[in-house]
Each structure stands twice: as structure tokens, then as C-alpha cells.
Design a protein around this ligand. Structure first.
Ligand code: MTE
Length: 300
């Protein structure tokens, strides 16, 4: 099997596993399946021009490796990601510990080019490779009482030097409502730019929730649980006044210490120009219905 470069990926069917990349189905078929015409799908992809691999892999937040933006690239190299297991727990009929290889085995991987907006006020565009979280949830057969999905990052201070300090309450945890988790945009990434996911971006498996602030997109996931109660989330536990459970990108709801109306796009605006932040990070059409009638200032 041959290893594909990003430039080799064509809008035909493609299937990828962790080591071997084979051309197959992609962006277009998934976008068309979600109701877009071929032209709309093409237009919506070409509007987003991805950041460079250099930018995406050298300006990161991954506090398990340190708090500066360059720490993850510097200190994540020795993280062991093979073998990797995923525990599935809580209100499900398929509890257990599964090899990631096995989970990925029957998954058709696709590319999704998404905006990522950090709560700190910067943003990027990232061409992820992976599959919708919904596909895994369907397989895990959650019980009817499951209302939330909780996620947990690896805890391995030997390899994650940031975890030797009590910067956050480790392990890093996150959560979504089951409706958010099942939304077609919610994605589990296993790669980017047509290659395996670099460690600093959350290898080998990380969540991507493009309409929420970046901290919801939890990295290096080892556990997924189905719960009836809203799960604990790391940043809202650390500072509940500043970070809520929902954390939807919203230019009209400011962070207590800064405005969220604009953002600095990494690689753009050498002279400090900023762009207007869009409601739900530009994904309102796809996810607005999830929050109909909800007071978004109260449920920040
Ligand atoms: N996941 C874990 N486990 N630890 C973290 O520190 N940082 C979050 C999120 N996921 C973080 C995490 C934040 S604040 C952001 S903005 C994104 O990862 C950054 O993702 P990227 O570095 O791949 O761009």
C-alpha cells in the first residue's frame, strides 16, 4: 500500500487507516450526502483556504506538554500512540476496551476542512482526516437514558511533561450533549493534510467540534462515556465564570476579560488586522437548530 501525500488526494472514494493511505471517497460525497449539490460542495470547500502544515503543527494548545504555543511541537515527540486503546463506558450496551486499530478498521475516512476558533481570539483553517463521531456512537449502541457524551484524554505524566504540574486538573475532560455529538459536523480526527495526526494535534484520535471554541476539541482521547448528567469539563471546572459547558463560538457573548467579536487568523494580518467572528463559527445553518430558544448568554 502506498502512502499518500495531501496533494494526491482526489475527490473520489478514499479509505485510510493509520499507516496506509489509499485513494477513495471524500469530502464531496459526504457533503453531497448532507444535502449540498456538487457545485455548492465545491464552492464551500474552496472558500476555506487551509493554514499551512507548519502553522497547524507549530502553534498549538496542548497543556499536557506545556502552556506555550510551541511546547506541544517541542515536547510531544516521544508520546507513544501505538498501541492505543479506547475505553467505552457508562450508559451503553457495548462497554469495553477496544483497540483503536479495530475501531478504525471499518471506518471510511474522509477529509473535512474546518475553521478552528480558539476562545483566546485566534483562528485557523485545518484540513482534517477522520470520520463523524456519529458512526462510532451508532456502533456503541448507547442506552435511551444517555443524554451526554463525556471524553477523557490520556494521563501519562512520564510522556506528558505538563501533567507533572497542576496547571489543570488532569486528565483533561470534555463533554457534549448527545444531540451535539450526533450532529453530522462533529468529527473524530485521525489525521490532517492527508497524513497521520501529528502528536501535537492530539494523536491518535481527537475530537473536532467546529462550531465551538477550540478547547471543546479534546485531544488524544482514551475514554468515551455515555451519561445522564452533564459531565465535568476541564475548563469550566477550572474557571466556571469564564468557560461554560456549551462554549459555542458567539461574537455577541464576550469572554469576561476580552471581546469575542473578532479574531486573528493565524498567518493573516501581519499588521494586526482582525476578522469578524461568525455566529457558531460560520456553521449556524448546520447547528443553529440545536440551540433554538436557548439563552446563549446564560448558557455560554
Ligand atoms: N485537549 C487536551 N487534552 N489538552 C489541551 O490543552 N487544548 C484545547 C484543544 N484540545 C487542549 C485540548 C484548545 S484550547 C484548543 S484551541 C485546541 O485543542 C487546539 O488544537 P490544535 O493545537 O490542534 O490547533
Amino acid at each position: 500500500m502506498k502512502k499518500l501525500k495531501y496533494s494526491d488526494i482526489t475527490p473520489e472514494n478514499y479509505y485510510i487507516n493509520r499507516r496506509n493511505f489509499i485513494a477513495g471517497s471524500a469530502v464531496f460525497s459526504s457533503m453531497i450526502a448532507s444535502g449540498l449539490t456538487q457545485n455548492e460542495a465545491e464552492a464551500s470547500i474552496s472558500q476555506l483556504s487551509p493554514n499551512s502544515l507548519q502553522e497547524i503543527t507549530n502553534y498549538n494548545n496542548f497543556y499536557e506538554f506545556g502552556t506555550s504555543k510551541t511546547d506541544p511541537a517541542k515536547y510531544s515527540k516521544k508520546l507513544t500512540t501505538i498501541p492505543w486503546q479506547l475505553e467505552v463506558d457508562g450508559l451503553t450496551n457495548k462497554k469495553g476496551i477496544f483497540d483503536l486499530e479495530k475501531i478504525l478498521n471499518n471506518k471510511q475516512l474522509e477529509e473535512r476542512i474546518y475553521r478552528l476558533r480558539c476562545v483566546e481570539g485566534w483562528s485557523m483553517v485545518i484540513p482534517w482526516i477522520g470520520f463523524p463521531l456519529k458512526k462510532l456512537i451508532d456502533q456503541m449502541d448507547p442506552k435511551n437514558e444517555a443524554r451526554y457524551v463525556a471524553f477523557e484524554t490520556l494521563y501519562r505524566p512520564d510522556e506528558m511533561r505538563g501533567q507533572r504540574y497542576k496547571i489543570l486538573d488532569w486528565p483533561y475532560v470534555e463533554g457534549l450533549t448527545i444531540e451535539e455529538a450526533m450532529n453530522p459536523l462533529t468529527f473524530l480526527a485521525t489525521g490532517l493534510y492527508g497524513k497521520e495526526l501529528p502528536n501535537q494535534n492530539g494523536a491518535p484520535l481527537r475530537l473536532v467540534v467546529p462550531w465551538k471554541y477550540g478547547f471543546k476539541s479534546i485531544k488524544s482521547i482514551v475514554k468515551i462515556s455515555f451519561t445522564s448528567e452533564q459531565p465535568k469539563t476541564t475548563w469550566s471546572a477550572a474557571n466556571p465564570r469564564e468557560y461554560g459547558f456549551f462554549s459555542n463560538v458567539n461574537p455577541n457573548v464576550d469572554h469576561p476579560r476580552w471581546s469575542q467579536a473578532t479574531e486573528r487568523v493565524i498567518g493573516e494580518g501581519l499588521f494586526g488586522q482582525r476578522r469578524k467572528t461568525e455566529m457558531f463559527n460560520g456553521y449556524e445553518k448546520e447547528v443553529g437548530h440545536l440551540y433554538k430558544g436557548m439563552d446563549l448568554k446564560k448558557h455560554y
